[in-house]
Design a protein around this ligand. Structure first.
Ligand code: SF4
Ligand code: SF4
Ligand code: SF4
Length: 247
């Protein structure tokens, strides 16, 4: 069964872990991915208390939470976003950013602003780059949206405090602007790529391709939605970078 670890500011009057779901500027696809867990979600909700969700609970006031799951990027022209960021920084024990928009900017990186129906919304920041939230953001889940089975496995690992499983998500929380460009810059150009092709199969927008002559992936920035899946899937991305050896 699940147990509480150091991650949680545990109050003995709390019987269940309190979680909440929030969204900033997003298409809501990440929240839908959570609902796509179907019966697995029911199993998880046996163990945790869904204390806040703009979709699923009636509460309008944000309670103190052990874990806040957040999708979407913060729009700096939207006062409601600024207020929500302040409340989350104050009330959430830890924050998990869900999906490319919250974690790395996602499609919001491609925004040109002045668009209907919110012409005043022009500038978006991934939550992992919002200084007020940074100290609380422990994990970032890649994907656009993340696969529901990945979300299920993440939730179980979080509740069981399975640090081995969670480590890559911690790494992703510090991987600014994760995209196919980082695969080129951090993996291929540093000679770490083994040509396994995992990043190509992880990319749902076909921005990653494969050059069979050179046995290396290719990257088309015009198709990239900055979901971070390629970097998260690359088995070389979590290794320490080699340094030259001086004799
Ligand atoms: S990451 Fe993708 S699915 Fe999730 S909110 Fe952003 S655009 Fe939607
Ligand atoms: S290259 Fe593909 S998998 Fe990688 S961030 Fe861009 S869209 Fe996502
Ligand atoms: S997943 Fe990593 S190692 Fe494999 S082909 Fe892509 S960049 Fe190379």
């Amino acid at each position: 069964m699940f147990f509480f670890g150091d991650n949680f500011d545990f109050d003995s009057s709390d019987i269940k872990i309190k979680i909440g779901f929030f969204h900033f500027s997003s298409c809501s696809g990440c929240q839908v991915a959570f609902l796509d867990m179907f019966e697995d979600l029911v199993e998880i909700l046996d163990t945790v208390e869904l204390a806040y969700s703009s979709w699923l609970t009636k509460k309008r006031e944000i309670p103190k939470l052990h874990i806040a799951f957040v999708e979407g990027a913060l729009c700096i022209e939207d006062k409601r976003h600024l207020n929500l960021a302040k409340e989350l920084a104050e009330k959430a024990n830890i924050i998990v950013t869900v999906g490319g928009c919250a974690s790395f900017g996602g499609v919001r990186r491609l925004s040109i602003g002045n668009q209907a129906p919110q012409p005043s919304h022009q500038s978006f920041i991934p939550l992992t780059e919002v200084e007020l939230l940074r100290p609380k953001i422990k994990y970032a889940i890649p994907g656009c949206p993340p696969n529901p089975s990945l979300l299920y496995n993440f939730m179980i690992a979080l509740l069981e405090v399975n640090d081995d499983f969670l480590q890559p998500f911690e790494f992703m929380a510090n991987s600014k602007d994760a995209s196919g460009y980082d695969i080129v810059k951090e993996i291929i150009n540093k000679g770490l790529c083994t040509g396994c092709g995992t990043c190509v199969t992880a990319c749902s927008s076909q921005a990653m391709g494969f050059n069979f002559q050179y046995n290396k992936p290719t990257f088309n920035p015009e198709l990239c939605v900055h979901c971070g899946s390629c970097l998260a899937a690359c088995p070389q991305s979590f290794k320490p970078y080699p340094q030259p050896v001086y004799s």
